[in-house]
Design a protein around this ligand. Structure first.
Ligand SMILES: Nc1ncnc2c1ncn2[C@@H]1O[C@H](COP(=O)(O)OP(=O)(O)OP(=O)(O)O)[C@@H](O)[C@H]1O
Ligand SMILES: [Mg+2]
Length: 227
C-alpha cells in the first residue's frame, strides 16, 4: 500500500503539519492509516499524547530495527503509510525515500526556502539514481495566502515549473486551524469554532490536498504499470 514521505532539509517547512493533515484527513475519509514519526524531535508522537480520536494513527519506529523493513511491514497492513522524517539528509530519509511511492516536498513560497528545497530535490535525484527507479514527487506550498497569490509566490511557482519539478495544485494555506492541531493535539475536525476561525475552509483545504495525493498516487501507479 502506498508510502508517502514528506521531505525537505529545511526546518519548519511544513513536513509534520502536512503529514498530520494528510494522515488525519485520510483517516477521517475512512482509510486505514499509519503515520510513522521518524524524526527524533517526535513532533507527531507528542501530538498523539493528546486526546484526538485519531491519535493511534501515529507510531514511532522501533529502535534497532531497520527502518525500511519497518516501512514494509506497516505498508503490508495499512492502506496509507505517511512518513515524517527529520529535516537533514540522513539514513532515515534515504530509507524512507527508498520505499516511497510519493515524496512530497513541502515548502513556504519564500525565496530562501526555495533555495534550500533544491537540496531535497538533489537528494531525491541521487536516490533515484541509486535505486534505478523514478520516485514520483511534487512540491507542496504551505502557509500561502488563501486570498491572494503574492508576487514572490508567483515567481517561485514559475521557477519550480521551469526546473520541471512537479508541483501540487493544492497549497496548504496559512490557517490557524493547521497550527491549532498542534496546540490542542487534535485533528481539524475536532477543533472548536470557539477557539479556531476558518475551520470549514481549513477542512476543505485538507480534503483537497488528500484527494490530490490519492489522485497523484493513482496516476503514478498507472504510469508504473504501463512502463
Ligand atoms: N499551512 C499552515 N498554516 C499555519 N501554520 C503552519 C502551516 N504549515 C506549517 N505551519 C506552522 O509552521 C511551523 C513549522 O511547521 P512544521 O513543524 O510542520 O515544519 P517541519 O518541516 O516539520 O519542521 P521541522 O524541520 O522542525 O521538523 C509550525 O509551527 C506549524 O504550526
Ligand atoms: Mg517536523
Amino acid at each position: 500500500m502506498p508510502v508517502v514521505v514528506a521531505a525537505n532539509t529545511k526546518g519548519g517547512s511544513g513536513k509534520s503539519t502536512s503529514s498530520l493533515i494528510l494522515g488525519t484527513t485520510l483517516a477521517r475519509m475512512g482509510a486505514t492509516v499509519r503515520v510513522l514519526d521518524a524524526d527524533p524531535q517526535r513532533t507527531l508522537v507528542s501530538w498523539s499524547s493528546g486526546q484526538s480520536k485519531y491519535r493511534d494513527i501515529v507510531t514511532a519506529p522501533k529502535p534497532g530495527v531497520d527502518l525500511s523493513d519497518q516501512i514494509d511491514q506497516i505498508s503490508a497492513e495499512y492502506q496509507f503509510v505517511i512518513i515524517d522524517v527529520q529535516g537533514s539528509a540522513n539514513q532515515e530519509l534515504a530509507a524512507a525515500m527508498s520505499r516511497a511511492d510519493l515524496v512530497t516536498i513541502p515548502m513556504r513560497a519564500k525565496t530562501a526556502d526555495a533555495e534550500v528545497a533544491a537540496n531535497a530535490i538533489g537528494l531525491l535525484n541521487s536516490q533515484q539514481k541509486l535505486f534505478r527507479r523514478s520516485i514520483p514527487h511534487g512540491v507542496v506550498f504551505i502557509a500561502t495566502n488563501p486570498v491572494i497569490t503574492t508576487k514572490e509566490e508567483k515567481h517561485i511557482r514559475e521557477s519550480v515549473k521551469q526546473l520541471q519539478i512537479p508541483c501540487f495544485h493544492t497549497s496548504l494555506h496559512e490557517r490557524t486551524a493547521f497550527s491549532h492541531m498542534f496546540r490542542f493535539k487534535v485533528a481539524i475536525d475536532e477543533l472548536s469554532s470557539k477557539e479556531t476561525n476558518g475551520l470549514e475552509a481549513a477542512m476543505e483545504n485538507a480534503d483537497a490536498y488528500a484527494t490530490e495525493v490519492i489522485e497523484t498516487l493513482r496516476k503514478a501507479r498507472q504510469k508504473g504499470t504501463a512502463a
